[in-house]
Design a protein. Sequence first.
Length: 459
Amino acid sequence: MDMRDKKDKLLLKEIDLSFITDNLEDILTKALTVIAISFPAIELICTMLGYPNLLMHTLLRTIGYVGFTFLLIVFLNNKKHKMVLSDMLILLSTLFTILSVVFSLDIDSSIAGASVDLAEDFGQVIGYYVIFFAATHVIKADNKKLIMIGMLIASLLHTIPAILQRFGIWPWELYEADEFPVAYGLTPHHNFYGGIAVIFSALTAMIYITKKTKKYITWYIYAVICFVTALFSSSRLAWVGLIAYLCFIICIEIYAKKKKAMTSISIKRYGVLLVTFAAVFVAFYFFDKGISSQIAESTNEIANKEVASLGTGRMEIWMIGLYGVKNHLLTGLGLDNYIYAYELYPGENLWYPAIKGHNEYIHTLVTQGLPALAVYLILCGFVVALSCKRLFDKEEDQIEKAIIYILLIVIVGYFCQAMFNSSVTTVAPYKWLVMGLLLPRCKQKELKCLRKKRNEDEE
C-alpha cells in the first residue's frame, strides 16, 4: 500500500468523524431516547420470558463501556471541545469511583456487583456518567421533547404492570406487603417503583399544568393515574417525593410573584390537580389498605421510641453505615460494598444486613467516600441553581423555560425521595438523564484556567 492510499484512508476517517461531531447532538438525542425506552421494554420482555432482572445490568454496563469509548474517541479528536463545570464534576466523580474500586474491601464485588438484582458495579456507574455527559450535549428544545416522549413511553410501560399488580391480576410474580399485593412496576421492589413513580408523576403533572399543553384533559387523567400508581407502591418515600415536588411548585410561584415574573404553568390547573390528589389520598386512606397500613406503621415506629426501627429499620442501616465508614472516609468501603459496614460494626443489628444504604447520599459516602459525596452534592446543587437561574432569565426562550420548569420539578422530587431510597439500575438512569438535560453545555461558562490554556495552544 503506497503513501497516497494511506492518506486517502486517513482522510476518509476524518470525514466520517467530522460527520459524527457535526451531528453529535442529534445522534446523542436518538441514543438517549432509545435508552429511556429500552430499560422498561427489555425488562418487560425478560419478565414475560420468566427471567426478570436478567439484562438490565448488562445493558447499563454496555452503555458505560461502549458509550465511554465512543465519547472519548469523539472528543479527543475535537480540539474545539470546551471544558465546563459539569465536565469537571463528572470527571471527578469518575476519578473517585475508580479510587473506591482500587481501595475497595472487596474489589470483586465492586467490579462485578454485590448482588444479582441490586448491583451497581463499576461498569454500571460509568453508564450513569455516560448518560449524564451525553445529555449535557442536548441543546435544542425539540430534541429535549423527543427524550421526554421516550420517558413518557417508559412511564406507560411501568404504569400498566403497576396497576395490574396492585389488583392481583399481573400474570407473573406478585410482590406482597402487609398481606396484599403492591405495585412494583418493572423494578425489583415496590420502594424502587415508588422512586420512579415520583419521576413519572412529576413529569405528567407538570405537562398537564403547563399553559400551552394541548389535550390537557388527557394529560390530567394520565397525571392522576401516575399519582395513583405511586400510592399503589405502598411506599412512604413516594409520599415524600410527591409532597416535595408539589410544594416546590408553590415555592417557585411565590418567588415568581415576588419578582413579578410570569411562569409557564397555569395556577388554575395546578389547583385542580392539588385538590384531586388530596381527594385521591383521602379516598385511599379509607378504602385502600396501602395508605392506612403505612400510616399505622409510622405511628407504631414513633410510639415504640426505638430509634433503630424508624423508617422500617433505615435509621439502623444509616447508623451502621456511618460507623463503618469512619475509618475509610477518603475512598469509602468500596463501590457496592455497603454490606461490609456490618462486619465493622461492633454491636448487634436488629434488622437484616442491607446491601443498600436506603439513602443515596449516605450510600455514596459509605461506598465511595466523603470526596465523592461532596462532588455529587455540588453537582445536585448546581443542577437546581442553574435551572432556577434560567427559569427567571428574561432572555431565555419561553419554550425552553417550560421544559426547564418541568424537568426541575422532576429532579427535585427525585432528590427528596432519594433521602430514603436506593439507587438501582431500573430507576437511576432517568435521574442522570434529567440532570444532564438541565445542564446544557451552552449555558455553562468554560472553566477559566482551561480556557486560558486552550487560547495559548491555538496561538
